[in-house]
Design a binder for this molecule. Structure first.
Ligand code: IPM
Ligand code: MN
Length: 363
């Protein structure tokens, strides 16, 4: 008998429920094919609930969510709720409260998917960004003084503790060992590159750089270490993405470069991410948002949600099932869904889910 996993399902707003439904359909096929079982519990957190009750996360919700093996999230964002409220109250709140200190964002161009980068294909665009997810300017240290007056002052501080940096760096080395290009048979070395700004942010990235080399030299000597400034990284993500294997960076830089990465892999319809607490409960989400104008039309692309379901199974230790789902997604991008845009796929949301689920079951 295979293992059983408890999953909290947060469909959320807009097209979230539609893509989550397809993700669950594919997970169900994978559970049969690979011999594990899932116990699903749904929660209605999101914009609708907030508008009705004035409450974003009810009391006890975090404690409740902490009991699950993983969280599968659709999308957060509602046209009638002011920007920032749900993002901070739900998404960032859960990341912080559940101490999901890693944001894992693969940048992988699947076969058949169009990239805006000329002359690059799946062989070149295939790397992962590990974004630190608990510190930096996201920690909310700062304030505003004399607001509205000519003398007003606003400050928001980039802050990192050694503890935060070290746990992220260690996760990144471990991940490089298991998921780097050597581990995947694509190179004779696994490489982890630190992305920073040591030439200007001489305090924060001095800390990052020292921890990176100390931990690497002592505990991961077989992993090759590189360093790139974040501005140059943006350039190379377009010009030479094949140089990259695993990248690790701070929260704000990671937020920015992963949108750039997402567009090089075909955009928000395909980009998946995981908010990881390696010792606790992790949360997986398509990074595309709630796309309110397509809500309920059965036209949105579910592949990003399906790919995040694959990441969830990988993190839970079901690597074969994870690979089976990802291979099925790649089969569909190569042979079926040529255009990833909402309403342009040539198939409905549920048809795409059916095709991936069938492929998982039969491959
Ligand atoms: C992301 C998003 C969030 C972030 C927003 C919605 C708070 O942009 O997941 O990348 O900045 O982390
Ligand atoms: Mn972002």
């Amino acid at each position: 008998m295979g293992k059983s996993y408890t999953i909290a399902v947060l469909p959320g707003d807009g097209t979230g429920p539609e893509v989550v439904r397809e993700g669950l359909k594919v997970l169900k096929a994978a559970s049969k094919r690979y011999g594990f079982s899932l116990q699903l519990t749904s929660f209605d957190f999101g914009g609708e609930r907030y508008l009705k009750t004035g409450e974003i996360l009810p009391a006890g919700a975090v404690e409740e969510l902490r009991k699950f093996n993983a969280i599968f999230l659709g999308a957060i964002g509602h046209p009638d709720v002011k920007p920032g409220i749900l993002e901070k109250g739900l998404l960032l709140n859960l990341r912080f409260e559940l101490d999901q200190y890693i944001n894992l964002r693969p940048v992988k161009l699947y076969p058949g998917v169009e990239t805006p980068i000329k002359d690059k294909g799946p062989a070149e665009i295939d790397y992962t960004v590990i974004r630190e997810n608990s510190g930096d300017v996201y920690a909310g240290i700062g304030g505003i003084m004399m607001k509205g007056s000519p003398h007003e002052v606003a400050e928001q501080t980039m802050v990192y503790t050694r503890y935060q940096v070290e746990r992220c760096i260690r996760y990144a080395f471990e991940y490089t060992r298991t998921h780097g290009k050597k581990a995947r048979g694509l190179s004779d070395v696994n490489t982890l590159a630190l992305v920073g700004k040591t030439n200007v942010l001489t305090y924060v990235f001095d800390l990052w750089e020292r921890v990176f080399h100390e931990v690497g030299a002592k505990d991961y000597p077989e992993v090759k270490r590189d360093y790139y400034h974040v501005d140059a990284t943006c350039m190379w993500m377009i010009k030479n993405p094949e140089w990259f294997d695993i990248l690790v960076t701070a929260n704000m830089f990671g937020d920015i470069i992963t949108d750039l990465g997402a567009i090089t892999q075909g955009g928000m319809g395909i980009a998946a991410g995981g908010n990881i607490n390696p010792g606790g409960v992790s949360m997986f989400e398509p990074i595309g948002g709630s796309a309110p104008k397509y809500t309920g039309m059965n036209v949105i692309n579910p592949l990003a949600a399906i790919a995040s379901a694959s990441m969830m199974m990988d993190t839970l230790g079901e690597r074969e099932a994870a690979k089976g789902i990802e291979d099925a997604v790649m089969y569909i991008t190569q042979h079926k869904v040529k255009n990833l845009g909402a309403g342009k796929m040539g198939y409905s949301t549920s048809e795409v889910g059916d095709m991936v689920a069938d492929r998982v079951a039969s491959a």
